[in-house]
Design a protein around this ligand. Structure first.
Ligand SMILES: Cc1cc2nc3c(=O)[nH]c(=O)nc-3n(C[C@H](O)[C@H](O)[C@H](O)COP(=O)(O)O)c2cc1C
Length: 352
C-alpha cells in the first residue's frame, strides 16, 4: 500500500503532509510558516504575543506568500489576580544591579484569547485555529467554530484529551513532556506525573474519537513513523524547525540546540516550559517558588533580558527546545518538510 496509513487528519485539513509546523511564539513567524506550507505542511502563526493589529498584518503577509491553509494559534490561560512578585524581584536584584537596570514591568506579555481576537478570526477566517492551555470560554469558542475553522486543542493527559473532545474540537494534539516550549497542561495534573509521548499517544488515540496529532520530541522521520505506529494520524513538530534558516532565533540558541541539554523551567514565564540551559537557569536552578504564576514572571525579567541581549548574553530570555533538539538538520523549512514526509513513508514501507 502506498501513502499514509491513517488519513484522518489529512482528510480533515487537506494538506499534502500530515505535519503541523508548530506555532512558536518569539521563534517562528511569517517566513517559517510560508516555507513549511510550501513543503506541504500546515504552517502556523503564533498569535499569543501579538496584538489584533499585528495578527491582521501577519495574516496578510502569509496570504501574499501562499493561498494554502494555515493555522492561527492562541493561548487560553487565565490571568492570575493579585499575585505579588516582590520575592521574585528580590531574587533578581543582583542582576538589576549587574546590568544597571530598574525593575519595571515591560516586555511583550502572553495574553489569553479574548473578544478582540475572536473578531480578528471572524474577519480573516483561517482554515485552522489551535489553542494552548485549554479552550476559550464557550461563547468565544462558538464564535471561532461558527467561522468554519478546524479547531485544535492541546492535551498533556488522557483526561485533557477527553475534555477537549467533549467540547467539540476537531482534532487533539497529544503533547508529551519531551516537547519544547510550554507544557499546555490545563486541568491541574501534577507536573511530576507528566507523560512522555510513547505513553500518551496510544492512550489518547484509544480514548477519543477525533484525530490525534503527536507533539514532542519528534526530531526526524523515525519519530513520525513511530507516532503513526502508536495511533497518531498527524504530527506537530517545533524544535526541528528551529534549525531552519527561516526560524528567528539567536545564534546562541541555535548553537545550544546541538548540545541537547534541555530542562523544564518556570523561571522565564512562571509556567512550566522546556528549554536549553542558560545563565539564569544555571545560577538559580530551573524551578523556583519565587517566580510568580504564568505569565507574570517574564515582566520583572524583561529589563534584565533587554540589557543582557544588548551585550549578546541570551541566558535571561526563553531558549525553548525539545528533547530531540540535536536530531534536527539545518535545511530550508520547505525542503525539511518534504524530506521528513518522504523518509517517514519509506520507514513505514508505504513510499510510492
Ligand atoms: C521555541 C518554541 C516556542 C513555542 N511556542 C508555542 C506557542 O506559541 N504556542 C503553542 O501552542 N506552542 C508553542 N510551543 C510548543 C509547540 O507547539 C509544540 O508542542 C512543541 O514544539 C513540540 O515539541 P518539539 O519542540 O519537541 O517538536 C513552542 C515550542 C518551541 C520549541
Amino acid at each position: 500500500m502506498v501513502g499514509w496509513p491513517d488519513r484522518r487528519w489529512l482528510d480533515l485539513v487537506g494538506t499534502e503532509q500530515p505535519i503541523v509546523q508548530a506555532p512558536m511564539a518569539g521563534a517562528g513567524g511569517v517566513e517559517l510558516c510560508i516555507a513549511a506550507i510550501e513543503g506541504g505542511a500546515l504552517g502556523s502563526l503564533p498569535c499569543g504575543m501579538l496584538s489584533p493589529e499585528q495578527v491582521r498584518a501577519q495574516v496578510a503577509e502569509v496570504r501574499a506568500g501562499t493561498d494554502r491553509p494555515f493555522n492561527l494559534n492562541f493561548f487560553c490561560h487565565r490571568m492570575p489576580d493579585g499575585v505579588g512578585d516582590a520575592a521574585w524581584r528580590e531574587l533578581l536584584r543582583p542582576y538589576y544591579e549587574e546590568f544597571g537596570v530598574q525593575p519595571s514591568n515591560g516586555g511583550a506579555m502572553r495574553l489569553p484569547f479574548d473578544a478582540a481576537m475572536a473578531e480578528v478570526v471572524e474577519e480573516v477566517r483561517p482554515a485552522v485555529v489551535s489553542f494552548h492551555f485549554g479552550l476559550p470560554e464557550p461563547s468565544l469558542l462558538d464564535r471561532v467554530k461558527a467561522t468554519g475553522a478546524i479547531v485544535i486543542g492541546n492535551a498533556t493527559t488522557v483526561e485533557e484529551a477527553l475534555w477537549l473532545d467533549e467540547r467539540g474540537v476537531h482534532a487533539v494534539i497529544a503533547q508529551g513532556f519531551e516537547a519544547g516550549g510550554h507544557s499546555g497542561r490545563f486541568l491541574g495534573s501534577d507536573p511530576a506525573e507528566a507523560l512522555g509521548l510513547f505513553a500518551l499517544v496510544p492512550q489518547a488515540a484509544d480514548a477519543v474519537r477525533i484525530p490525534v496529532i503527536a507533539a514532542g520530541g519528534i526530531g526526524d522521520a523515525r519519530g513520525i513513523a513511530a507516532a503513526f505506529t502508536l495511533g497518531a494520524s498527524g504530527v506537530e513538530i517545533g524544535t526541528a524547525y528551529l534549525h531552519c534558516p527561516e526560524a528567528g532565533i539567536s545564534d546562541a540558541h541555535r548553537r545550544k540546540l546541538r548540545e541537547g541539554r534541555t530542562v523544564f523551567t518556570n523561571l522565564l514565564s512562571g509556567g512550566l516550559a522546556r528549554g536549553v540551559h542558560g545563565r539564569l537557569i544555571d545560577d538559580l536552578g530551573p524551578i523556583r517558588p519565587e517566580a510568580p504564576r504564568y505569565p507574570l514572571a517574564s515582566a520583572a525579567l524583561a529589563p534584565i533580558r533587554a540589557a543582557a541581549e544588548k551585550r549578546c548574553e541570551f541566558g535571561f530570555g526563553p531558549m525553548w527546545a525539545g528533547q530531540a533538539a540535536p536530531l534536527g538538520q539545518a535545511l530550508p523549512a520547505a525542503e525539511l518538510t518534504r524530506q521528513l514526509g518522504a523518509d517517514a513513508l519509506a520507514i513505514l514501507g508505504r513510499a510510492g
